[in-house]
Design a binder for this molecule. Structure first.
Ligand code: PEP
Ligand code: MG
Length: 570
């Protein structure tokens, strides 16, 4: 038996075989070759193989009744016949003596770039298809066996690291747990792992390729993985896994119970989700609403820039599926670690401080309007909150609201139905937290994004594994900003929630409620444990020490329409 340590992200026990996951990385040589005819032949063979694969996928999807997906593969197969755009440019590059791999990379990237710059939305979307085909061509040219990336049996997945786009593509039914060499506790992959409740270990520096296929136990409680464990460890941890399952079953009794402290203070416990597939988890865990729908996962899950219609369908499905609960959908928060090929974003020195989220949306109005129109159309099907991320200034909020209003007018002129909705912003930069009084005048609600607020307040890159020991999610500066944001929001009748990971931190729940937080939005699996905690709290001791009414200046309700906070607590 061997034992290796890491940093745990999610408690719990995973027992099973290991699958070492390796995304293909190709080194493409720029050296010239002498046998040009051989390269041309290799290219042609790869092209036919990819075409055959795409046609097979088309047949499979048609048989399964998935016409839309089948259409993608049909289009891919046809694109590979396109001499002007793909084949001739590749052949020209090979004619100069370059390898087939080099030619594919250059010519397909160039074509994708050209598509992405086109006016027409349909052609712009073809850019992602070309990138997809490029990857398939390279897989074939390099002889990669991509079918074995995750294996076919449920396993503990071991990887160097996982990008959010890779994580979303994983087959969740085959995942028992996750171990990575790199990663940080606030990365989006870690957040996803928490939301799926996979026992997860990051920064396990000893991960090795030869773990593949070995029997192991991932012990989240002790932040370690046992490779080929001894029988007493197997017995002990199997019993612990059983106990966890029993505890989880007991929590089910809290379904339908109010989230209220012993002294009667209510807090709304909402869920963070990434798309329609999470509706089930919201309902199963009895979340009272959705405080953060990370809409960028609709983009990350798509091979091409999703159309207004595709987005509308996704948002409508969630709003309808969860009505009458409030569903807060955050507008696209792409950038930093969440990159998407078809967005063609420039590489930046400091991506976390760069072109991301609302900065992209306000710079690409057509892109932004597509999403806003989809959201407004979906508003007719449920109870919607629209939330803008990465705000630092009042003018940004005003600009977002102006574009939203333009979209609303356009839709009404087209005879489309637009429902009611609330408007909110993420408070995830110190600038926003410090200007919360001014910003509150613009919106119905705030949601504290403590993941980014920690990163920007403490100047700690949330992606960096090396900085873990300096990172402090309980830093007094951060807690002060949270408290002051709640107070500022309430001064202006703006309700305040927390949707960052700190919202589920059991050691801070009582503080947050004491400060009067209106809503905590956490991963669905944390709802019932949090409800249990809330129901065991008694905040009366704080209320006699510092009555809330004295601490807060008068609420000027007449200054702006009341949001949900007003409706519930006003
Ligand atoms: C946050 O920053 O706290 C947040 C909820 O947004 P994300 O983690 O998606 O950046
Ligand atoms: Mg954020």
């Amino acid at each position: 038996m061997q034992t290796f340590k890491g940093t745990k992200i999610v408690n719990g026990i995973a027992i099973g075989k290991i699958k070492v996951y390796k995304a293909p990385v190709y080194e493409i040589s720029e050296e010239l070759v002498s046998d040009i005819a051989a390269e041309l032949e290799r290219y042609e063979a790869a092209r036919l193989k990819v075409q055959e694969d795409q046609n097979a996928l088309y047949d499979k999807e048609m048989k399964a009744g998935h016409k839309d997906t089948a259409g993608i593969f049909e289009a891919h197969a046809l694109m590979l016949d396109d001499d002007d755009t793909l084949n001739d440019p590749c052949k020209e590059i090979m004619a100069e003596g370059h390898t087939a791999e080099y030619a594919v990379r250059q010519a397909f990237d160039e074509a994708a770039q050209q598509f992405s710059e086109m006016e027409d939305e349909y052609f712009r979307a073809r850019s992602a298809d070309v990138i997809d085909l490029k990857n398939s061509m390279l897989d074939v040219l390099f002889g990669a066996d991509t079918s074995s990336l995750q294996g076919t049996e449920p396993a503990i997945l071991v990887a160097e690291d996982l990008a959010p786009s890779e994580t979303v593509k994983l087959d969740k039914s085959l995942l028992l747990g996750l171990v990575t060499r790199q990663g940080s506790s606030n990365s989006h992959t870690a957040i996803l792992a928490r939301s799926m409740n996979w026992p997860t270990l990051i920064q396990c520096h000893d991960v090795a390729d030869d773990w593949d296929g070995k029997f192991a136990i991932l012990d989240g409680y002790n932040s370690c993985i046992y490779i080929e464990p001894e029988q007493d460890i197997i017995d002990k941890l199997t019993a612990k896994q059983k106990e966890d399952r029993e505890k989880e079953a007991k929590l089910q009794e809290l379904k339908g119970q109010p989230s209220v402290t012993k002294d009667g203070q209510k807090v709304r416990l909402y869920a963070n989700i990434g798309g329609p597939k999470d509706i089930k988890a919201v309902l199963e865990n009895d979340a009272e609403g959705v405080g953060l729908f990370r809409s960028e996962f609709v983009y990350l899950n798509s091979k091409e820039d999703p159309s207004e219609e595709a987005q509308f369908q996704a948002y409508k499905q969630v709003l309808e599926g969860l009505a009458p609960r409030l569903v807060v959908i955050r507008t696209c928060d792409i950038g930093a670690d969440k990159t998407i090929d078809y967005m063609h974003l420039d590489k930046e020195e400091n991506p976390a401080l760069g072109f991301r989220a609302v900065r992209i949306c306000l710079s690409r109005p057509d892109f932004f309007k597509r999403q806003l129109r989809a959201l407004l159309r979906a508003s007719a099907f449920g109870n919607l909150g629209i939330m803008f991320p990465m705000i630092i200034s009042r003018w940004e909020v005003q600009e977002c609201k102006k574009i939203l209003e333009e979209c609303k007018k356009e839709l009404e002129a087209e005879g489309q139905k637009v429902g009611k909705y609330e408007i909110g912003i993420m408070i995830e930069t110190p600038a926003a937290a410090l200007c919360a009084d001014e910003l509150a005048e613009e919106v119905d609600f705030f949601s504290l994004g403590t993941n980014d607020l920690t990163q920007y307040t403490c100047a700690i890159d949330r992606q960096s594994a090396n900085l873990e020991r300096f990172s402090d999610t309980h830093h007094p500066a951060l807690l002060r900003l949270i408290r002051e944001t709640i107070e500022a929001g309430h001064r202006h009748n703006t309700w305040v929630g927390i949707c960052g990971e700190l919202g589920a931190d059991p050691t801070l729940s009582e503080e947050f409620l004491k400060w009067g937080v209106d809503e905590l939005s956490v991963n669905p699996k944390s709802i019932l444990p949090l409800r249990e905690r809330v129901r065991n709290m008694d905040l009366s001791k704080y209320k006699t020490e510092a009555p809330k009414a004295e601490a807060k200046p008068e609420i000027k309700a007449a200054e702006k329409p009341k949001g949900l906070f007003g409706r519930l607590f006003g």
